[in-house]
Design a protein around this ligand. Structure first.
Ligand code: NAP
Length: 258
């Protein structure tokens, strides 16, 4: 089973470095023959992303800040002219101001709320709007985003990001319903904690990792590769009957209430 994604072309948003969940998904889908385009936000990460992308065959890299509609349009235009269509999109983008990821939620200001919701939730709707016509050209497609248990239950310090993830998960369902008639599926993976750049911004993240390891049914934390392979499943034909779903890849932690 090495050709599951042969001939498939996909856009991956949110690789910052080799620890990024987006990168784990990229490696899984690339190992099955997918051709990939990556985006990065700002020149700061450009070299990182280009170096990583160069390790995969036939990959390309372009800038895209998801809060800038013109940049999203430019990416889609480029993919249209290079590929003529897109088969899948992986959205692994989230951001909240550091001061909103510590202490309680109650103190959240309008500006911090708007930033977190815009980058971490609205961006999925925007990129789905823009990529759908390119997926239609290929007869359908699959859109995947990344969420966290803090969108469904209160996790200490997760705060406004939990509210953004709740909006993201609801968006997955509404987008799945709008795009289903075009044979475009929309799903999310709710991943257990992974030590990435974004995760390290959450106060007390090391304690969360430890607690999940101790309490989850599998008594360990997930490996990024496990999220990568679940991502491969959700963008491939193996999951063709699944849409609007939030799939937990968290060693079972979400079922525990003690
Ligand atoms: P990561 O490597 O830091 O990736 C987050 C990415 O979002 C970065 O590439 C970041 O770029 C990008 N980003 C932020 N603002 C952006 C913008 N305006 N435009 C475009 N890109 C932007 O962290 P990660 O943990 O892999 O995060 C990927 C996804 O997984 C996120 O949605 C996260 O919430 C979710 N998730 C993570 C965990 C975990 O424990 N790590 C668990 C469940 C879900 P910059 O670095 O330039 O800001």
């Amino acid at each position: 089973m090495a050709d599951l994604m042969k001939g498939k072309k996909g856009l991956i948003l949110g690789v910052a470095n080799k620890r990024s969940i987006a990168w784990a998904i990229a490696r899984s889908v690339s190992s099955q023959g997918a051709e990939l385009a990556f985006t990065y936000q700002g020149e700061r990460l450009a070299e990182n992303v280009k170096e990583l992308a160069d390790t995969l065959p036939n990959s390309q890299v372009m800038p895209c800040d998801v809060t800038d509609e013109a940049q999203v349009d430019a990416v889609m235009r480029e993919l249209d002219s290079k590929w003529g269509g897109v088969d899948f999109l992986v959205h692994c983008v989230a951001f909240a101001n550091a001061e909103d990821l510590e202490g309680g939620y109650l103190k959240t200001k309008k500006e911090g709320f708007a930033t977190a919701l815009n980058v971490s939730a609205y961006s999925l709707t925007l990129v789905s709007q823009k990529v759908a016509p390119l997926m239609e050209k290929n007869g359908g497609g699959s859109i995947l985003t990344l969420t966290y248990l803090g969108g469904q239950r209160v996790m200490v310090n997760y705060n406004v990001m939990g509210v953004a993830k709740a909006a993201l998960e609801a968006s997955v369902k509404y987008l799945a319903n709008d795009l289903g008639p075009k044979n475009i599926r929309v799903n999310a993976i709710s991943a257990g904690p992974v030590n990435t750049l974004a995760a390290r911004g959450i106060t007390g993240f090391a304690d969360i990792i430890k607690m999940v390891r101790e309490k989850s049914p599998l008594r360990r934390n997930i490996e990024p590769e496990e999220v990568g392979d679940a991502g491969l499943f959700l963008v491939s034909q193996l999951s063709r009957g699944i849409t609007g779903e939030i799939l937990f890849v968290d060693c079972g932690y979400n079922i525990i209430a003690f």
